[in-house]
Design a protein around this ligand. Structure first.
Ligand SMILES: C[S@@+](CC[C@H](N)C(=O)[O-])C[C@H]1O[C@@H](n2cnc3c(N)ncnc32)[C@H](O)[C@@H]1O
Length: 262
């Protein structure tokens, strides 16, 4: 464990430098990651560490990336995306021709582009839906806006028909074709402090809340509930379960899916 006073100092420094409030994250996990980061940086002392990175935006951004973890993949948990496509999407599209969809914690774009491809396949390429992609990590958002590059490995698990239809190959990797990024609204947002838009048909927030404390998670789920239209769906990560979902006004709509009750 990091000594209590030192941890207060570290949290304060990280909040000022990166905008990330570590009070919202589970202490043991965060402390483990912090210790590893300090060792990897070749340092032993936090005061010195912060003095060194203070005027180095790249180093600050690296620290933020490390703390917020942006691992992702296209159609992450294929079985859940299959369920979204076969069961949830037809339900949402029944009454609402244009959907409002939000990928909250979109990382480098795998998730919102998976959603954009799925919607294009379901309703046609030129049918405009609103797809909002937000994250706290600006470099991940730049990647999302650019539509790549994605590595061979990253695209290798995509169905060949989607790879062919929606990607082009460049010298530095694969990019989604230009029309796909145009379907996204990409925006910086801290889920723990910034305002939310409303009336979403589908909110996808997966593998983002895992390190948040129980209270922070509950507050966030309440806000997601508010941001959904009645009957709208919240799609969470493969290992995430919302405790007492009914108390929050949500009902189960399948494994990893919750519906805002009318
Ligand atoms: C592990 S990735 C998940 C990406 C994608 N949702 C998926 O499931 O593959 C977690 C993402 O959440 C973002 N994140 C973490 N804390 C956040 C916060 N407070 N507000 C917005 N995004 C946050 C990180 O920057 C990172 O890109």
């Amino acid at each position: 464990m990091i000594e209590a006073r030192e941890y207060i100092f570290i949290k304060h420094k990280i909040l000022t430098l990166t905008g990330v409030d570590l009070n919202c994250y589970k202490t043991p996990q965060v402390q483990r990651r912090l210790k590893t980061y300090l060792i990897r940086s070749g340092q032993t002392d936090w005061h010195r560490f912060f003095r060194d990175i203070r005027d180095d935006p790249t180093a600050v951004s690296k620290l933020k990336d490390y703390l917020t973890i942006n691992v992702s993949s296209f159609f992450r948990d294929t079985d859940k995306f299959d369920y979204l496509q076969d069961t949830i999407l037809p339900e949402l599209l029944r009454g609402h021709r244009q959907l409002r969809v939000w990928s909250a914690g979109c990382s480098k774009g795998h998730e919102p582009y998976s959603l954009a491809m799925m919607l294009s396949e379901a309703t046609g390429f030129y049918h405009q839906h609103y797809i909002l992609a937000t994250d706290i990590d600006r470099s991940a958002l730049d990647h999302t806006e650019a539509g790549g590059p994605y590595t061979e490995e990253e695209v290798s698990k995509l169905p060949p028909s989607l790879l062919e239809r929606y990607f082009r190959r460049a010298d530095d990797g694969y990019y989604v074709i230009d029309r796909l990024p145009r379907q996204l609204t990409v925006r910086y947002q801290n889920l723990l402090s910034d305002p939310f838009e409303e009336a979403f048909d589908l909110i996808v927030c997966r593998n983002v809340v895992i390190y948040f404390t129980t209270e922070v998670k509950e507050r966030l789920y309440r806000r997601f509930h508010q941001a959904l239209r009645s009957g709208g769906i919240l799609f969470v990560g493969g290992t995430e379960v919302i405790p007492k979902a009914t108390d929050l006004g949500l009902e189960t709509a399948g494994i990893s899916f919750y519906r805002r009750r009318a």
